[in-house]
Design a protein around this ligand. Structure first.
Ligand SMILES: [Zn+2]
Length: 253
């Protein structure tokens, strides 16, 4: 039997029918990290996955919402003891969101500080047009836990720095369709690479990727690593286990 697929970054609560998606995940043997964009969405999104041990829910505050949602940082801290995974968090340096850059930095610094104080967490990170700033912030907050850079689009030099800092990566079908994405993925240490969809935002062939729809990413990674697809899938499941072990070691709670 082939290994389950791993979807390390998926916005389950933002699909038109999240309940139907949960049922489909249960049928398809998929490990899903269900990320949230605001602390207020946490409880409802956790409830969505009740009884489904393969779905984990991450507590997030998306950088694109930093200005309007920074008032929820208090709630973030309150919920943090119950959250083993954090995300989606990070920084977004693209033109559209630069106008509230200082809010983004304030929110991200606060979150990293809280994670460090809480003994560390596993974080799924947004770093669009801001990779250097995200890495700088991680360096400012030692003890935050383990960083998984999702859909990384930085430069080769930024990638090298991230690797040296011990970061992990999650890559999806949409990312691996671009030449730049494939070039970056080739430079990532295979033992620190996981798959993701970033659904429903990531679109492949005109359709949003469904939770756990990682076959395209597996195909590309198999080629890159010169392994068979089943072997690649197994390797990714093994890496997920490794990540959760490292993650639980850094937790004091
Ligand atoms: Zn996302």
């Amino acid at each position: 039997m082939t290994a389950p697929s791993v979807d390390m970054h998926c916005h389950l609560d933002l699909y038109p029918d999240p309940q139907a998606q949960v049922a489909a995940i249960a049928r398809r043997r998929v490990y899903v990290l269900s990320v949230t964009t605001t602390p207020r969405a946490w409880r409802g999104t956790v409830a969505l996955a009740a009884g489904h041990s393969r779905i984990k829910t991450a507590l997030g505050l998306h950088p694109q919402l930093a200005k309007e949602r920074k008032v929820e940082l208090g709630l973030f801290d309150k919920l943090l003891p119950d959250a083993r995974y954090i995300g989606e968090v990070g920084l977004d340096g693209s033109a559209e969101f630069r106008s509230f850059w200082s809010d983004q930095v304030e929110v991200f610094d606060h979150i990293l500080m809280s994670c460090a104080k809480a003994g560390g967490r596993i974080l799924t990170l947004h770093s669009r047009a801001a990779a250097t700033h995200v890495l700088d912030a991680l360096e400012r907050h030692q003890g935050y836990g383990v960083a998984v850079l999702h859909w990384f689009t930085g430069t080769q030099r930024e990638l090298k720095r991230a690797v040296e800092m011990g970061c992990w990566f999650s890559v999806g079908g949409a990312m691996l369709r671009s030449r730049n994405g494939r070039t970056l993925a080739a430079e990532m240490p295979p033992e620190r690479v996981l798959t993701e969809t970033d659904g429903p935002f990531a679109i492949v062939s005109g359709n949003p990727l469904q939770p756990g729809e990682c076959a395209g990413a597996i195909r590309e990674l198999a080629q890159l690593w010169q392994l068979g697809e089943a072997e690649t899938q197994n390797k990714i499941v093994g890496s997920l286990r490794e990540l959760t072990t490292i993650g639980s070691n850094c937790l004091i709670t």
